[in-house]
Design a protein around this ligand. Structure first.
Ligand SMILES: Cc1ncc(C[n+]2csc(CCOP(=O)(O)OP(=O)(O)O)c2C)c(N)n1
Length: 320
């Protein structure tokens, strides 16, 4: 199989895993089998997978309160993710983080931060560490458009810019910060215009086109790796679900949601791969069945895994 074909099938598989993971988790919550709350990412798979597929081993990502697809795209094991959502000792954060803090340093994901904008300075710091340790790696920093109105965004992007740090700032512009429409809180038309203020390149692209995202990330990643500094990528996308588990999303017109569903990143990519004969119709069912099995196994394992022990409460934490 050619490298390109292999990568395309990989990206298709990863996007499907992201979507089916979220759908499975949604029902687990409805059934009352999972604690806490969740922020889901159905509809945003192309940005997570396009960006992470362009990374190298030992590169890092930082994430947000909506981290499941970022984690899957970066290769955090689905079992350890599911176990984390079930608050089990076998979870990627040993059951102490939950949905909004998933991550795995070995896999290349700094545990996510639920404070909006909190991951952005962390990404700059991580990129500075790569520079200091003379490691040839980069950081992909995910955040929503709402986070670009937070001070940490401006401080971290400026610092990364003046020091030419190896980081790519990835804004997933899904048009709403919780229930607030972006045009109500931002005077500029595009988030990418904000790059100009810091003297770095900024680009807006179709965040539901996984190939376009992949190519843009390769380019921005090469620039960062070469020591030429950060780029701000604005990926236009849409979340199909509400902001969080308890949000029915009534602030959005049904026509708007329907129009974006027509631009479903997975359906679009599937149609493209079928047309290119990279994917055969019979393979789709096979791939979906194998993902379903993997998810079922992850749920069964997580349900029977042990909870963290009370005596381990203070391990793996900085303040005790
Ligand atoms: C500093 C801070 N303020 C408010 C919140 C509550 N909150 C959680 S998510 C969210 C909206 C974030 O919007 P955006 O950055 O666009 O990301 P999206 O939810 O669209 O992925 C808000 C206000 C928070 N977690 N942290």
């Amino acid at each position: 199989m050619s490298e390109t074909k292999e990568r395309k099938l990989f990206m298709y598989h990863r996007m499907l895993m992201c979507r089916m993971f979220e759908e499975r988790v949604y029902y687990l919550f409805l059934e009352g089998r999972l604690p806490g709350t969740i922020h889901q990412s159905q509809g945003q798979e192309a940005s997570a997978v396009g960006v992470c597929s362009a990374l190298e081993d030992k590169d890092m990502i930082t994430s947000t309160h909506r981290p499941h697809s970022h984690a899957i795209a970066r290769g955090v094991s689905v079992r350890s993710l599911m176990a984390e959502l079930f608050a089990r000792e076998t979870g990627c954060c040993r059951g102490k983080g939950g949905s909004m803090h998933v991550g795995d340093m070995e896999a290349g994901m700094v545990p996510a931060i639920a404070i909006v904008g909190g991951g952005i300075p962390l990404a700059a710091g991580c990129a500075l560490a790569f520079r200091y340790l003379e490691q040839p790696n980069i950081v992909a920093c995910f955040f929503g458009e709402g986070a670009t109105n937070i001070g940490t965004f401006h401080e971290a992007v400026n610092m990364a810019a003046i020091w030419n740090l190896p980081v790519v700032f990835v804004c997933e512009n899904n048009k709403y910060a919780a229930s607030t429409a972006v045009e109500k809180v931002m005077r500029v038309k595009r988030v990418s215009e904000r790059a100009m203020a810091y003297g770095i390149p900024g680009e807006t692209l179709d965040g539901n086109d996984v190939e376009a995202v992949y190519q843009a990330m390769r380019k921005a990643g090469s620039r960062a790796r070469a020591g030429d500094g950060p780029t701000l990528l604005e990926l236009e996308t849409y979340r199909f679900a509400g902001h969080s588990r308890s949000d029915p999303g009534r602030y959005r017109e049904p026509e708007e949601v329907a129009a974006w569903k027509q631009r479903d990143p997975i359906a679009r990519y599937e149609a493209k791969l079928l047309a290119e004969r990279v994917l055969e119709p019979a393979e789709i069912t096979k791939i979906k069945t194998s993902i379903e099995r993997e998810l079922e196994a992850a749920v069964a394992q997580a349900e029977s895994d042990p909870s963290p022990k009370p005596e381990d409460c203070l391990s793996d934490v900085f303040a005790s």
